[in-house]
Design a protein around this ligand. Sequence first.
Ligand SMILES: [Zn+2]
Length: 69
Amino acid sequence: MKPDGYKAMNKEILEILACPDCKGDLRIESDEEGAAEIVNGRLICDTCGLFFPVKDGIPNFLSPDSGGA
Ligand SMILES: [Zn+2]
């Protein structure tokens, strides 16, 4: 049961998330180091090099950014 209005993405979600492109493991890079949840940061796939912005606790898998490929 999660509180209403809960927006931040908990780091535990990484255990069920995988790269939508290569299914590799994602790691988190948070703009707020040490926080228990991710509000703003990015999810990075070390396997294929894609990363996905996290804004307001929502990971955006629709616009992957490979750093300018
Ligand atoms: Zn990948």
